[in-house]
Design a protein around this ligand. Structure first.
Ligand code: PAF
Length: 282
């Protein structure tokens, strides 16, 4: 695996591959890699000649400095994992290499997608995501880029950005990877206390029950039911639960039969914030 810290060196390498008519699959990450990330790499390998992964903890998408400082950094282990799945290229730049002196986001308009759910609770988050993903796309120039559906809102925001800015890349959303007990894989899971780790599968269990209720009970009753479930769960604090339409991400109180819906949830387990979602059957 080739490892680059410098934009210029990476660009030279990409240029060489493009000259040889190779297609590039790209998996942007913030490191602390787990099997969910590796599944994205596997997908990228199936459909592209060369797979590039980036590991960069992007400061502009964090609204909480403690969350940023404590974000797990495990580059040595990440490199071993990447080598085990024969990744071609790793790009792991410094903050200065990406932002120079100016560590700020650009302003984006994602047609309202950015104001739903995560946007309400993490101010400026999607401007930060848009800024880094667009920058990385400009450096890597991938044919296809792969994102997990755990961050479903992020996936929709990125698709919107690509469309609005006419970026020449295809965005591929990949299924959520879960631990055996249902917990959605996330780099943040490593920071959970033993006590919290034992209880957090409750999040996905609740989502699965929501899926059973959807279509049978009205949405207000489902919302109240979820809130009560978490009130009875002292170790977990529900930040939001909502049922939203997949494309607009707008919260609904009544489902239409010709649209697709997901249930979205954000929960604090101590100081660790976890998100998850589930596609609801029609
Ligand atoms: O999903 C992530 O890990 C990040 O938000 C991303 C897409 C790599 C941008 O920093």
């Amino acid at each position: 695996m080739k490892i680059f810290n410098s934009k210029k060196d990476l660009k030279d390498c990409i240029l060489e591959h493009k000259r040889n008519k190779k297609t590039i699959g790209f998996v942007p990450t913030m490191g602390a890699l787990h099997r969910g990330h590796l599944s994205l790499i596997e997908k990228a390998k199936e459909k592209n000649d060369i797979v590039v992964i980036s590991v960069f903890v992007n400061p502009t998408q964090f609204d909480n400095i403690e969350d940023l400082n404590k974000y797990p950094k495990t580059l040595e282990n990440d490199i071993k994992l990447l080598e085990s799945v024969a990744t071609d290229v790793l790009f792991c730049p410094s903050v200065e290499e990406i932002y120079a002196e100016n560590i700020v986001s650009k302003n984006f308009n994602f047609d309202g997608l950015e104001h739903q759910m995560e946007g309400k609770f993490r101010k400026g988050h999607f401007d930060g995501v848009g800024t880094i993903v667009k920058t990385l796309f400009e450096i890597v120039e991938p044919n296809k880029a792969y994102f997990g559906q755990k961050d479903f809102q992020q996936l929709q925001v990125i698709k919107k950005m690509v469309k609005k800015h006419h970026l020449p890349v295809k965005i591929k959303g990949c299924p959520i990877f879960r631990e055996e007990d249902g917990l959605a894989m996330s780099s943040r899971n490593a920071r959970l206390s033993k006590e919290h780790r034992e209880i957090v599968p409750f999040i996905y269990k609740t989502l699965k029950k929501v899926n059973k209720k959807f279509g049978k009970e009205n949405i207000t009753d489902i919302n109240n039911w979820v809130e009560n479930q978490f009130k009875n769960q002292p170790l977990l604090e529900l930040e939001y639960f909502t049922i939203a339409e997949e494309k607009s991400l707008e919260t609904v109180k009544k489902a239409a039969s010709n649209k697709k819906y997901r249930a979205f949830i954000a929960v604090f387990a101590g100081k660790i914030r976890l998100i998850d979602n589930i596609r609801l059957k029609n």
